[in-house]
Design a protein. Structure first.
Length: 263
């Protein structure tokens, strides 16, 4: 009986995805995109999406926004008509095994199963928790809405399905550098988090603000490697702005200001 229910749920979820995406007609013309479609929408993921459709979190998916080795991002819509980003972590544990250093040593995730699919689900919950902490102190990050298994739903950062440009895609000024340092400091001091994967590729820039995203790697400041991760974040940012012709302080001196400790 349960398999019949599962099959009905899968068909309904697939129908929601297929009909709303419109990508089945256009996507199937491009084999690489169709492969993404097949890899992402497996049975467990479809069942998870079905539950999110069923409980009123989602109404439908509009299309793919970005794809990567670990996850794909889709533009979705809620029953209220609000745009959301749906991050579906690919159920291939090999990619996530490389990320264990961001979990082991974080006191929030002690004695948790990191085998197979459990590791992927843990990573989704980890990003949700990190976003929640940052959002709770009014940092400009996507608002986390829901997480279930390997699916994370959050506020969509963009317009009409097109995400805001990242720093790498825009002109930058000294004020952008200063604003980003303020956000890094606030994240460290008030949220007690280090982003741990910060670069010009995971900071959006809209007409008013910078927006931090991609928080899966973020660790608590008590993590034994948090200082190393913070220094790496700062080094990445300083290198980027320096290449754009903006004079920046030494990353180590910024580290000392943020942490009030020497490297």
């Amino acid at each position: 009986m349960s398999s019949q229910i599962d099959n009905r749920a899968i068909k309904k979820a697939l129908n929601k995805v297929s009909n709303s995406e419109k990508l089945n007609r256009s996507v199937k013309k491009r084999s690489e995109d169709y492969q993404v479609f097949q890899d992402v929408f497996n049975k467990p993921t479809l069942l998870t999406l079905y539950s999110l459709f069923n409980n009123g979190t989602l109404s439908y998916l509009n299309g793919i926004v970005n794809s990567g080795k670990e996850s794909n991002i889709f533009w979705g819509v809620t029953p209220e008509g609000n745009d959301v980003a749906i991050k579906i972590y690919l159920t291939v544990a090999s990619e996530f095994r490389k990320r264990l250093q961001y979990i082991e040593g974080d006191h929030r995730f002690k004695n948790i199963n990191t085998n197979g699919h459990k590791l992927i689900e843990l990573w989704a919950r980890k990003e949700f928790k990190n976003l929640s902490k940052a959002y709770s102190i009014n940092l400009p990050v996507p608002k986390p809405i829901a997480v279930k298994h390997n699916v994370l739903v959050m506020d969509f950062q963009g317009i009409d399905g097109a995400p805001f440009p990242t720093l790498s895609e825009t002109e930058v000024e000294e004020s952008d550098f200063e604003e980003l340092l303020t956000l890094i400091t606030k994240l460290y001091v008030q949220s007690h988090l280090v982003h741990s994967d910060l670069s010009e590729y995971n900071v959006f820039k809209n007409s008013k603000d910078l927006i931090l995203f991609d928080f899966g790697s973020a660790v608590d400041v008590s993590h034994p490697m948090s200082n190393d991760f913070l220094l790496r974040d700062l080094t990445n940012i300083c290198k980027f702005f320096s290449k754009r012709g903006i004079t920046t302080p030494d990353a180590k001196s910024i580290f000392t200001e943020v942490t009030e400790n020497d490297v």
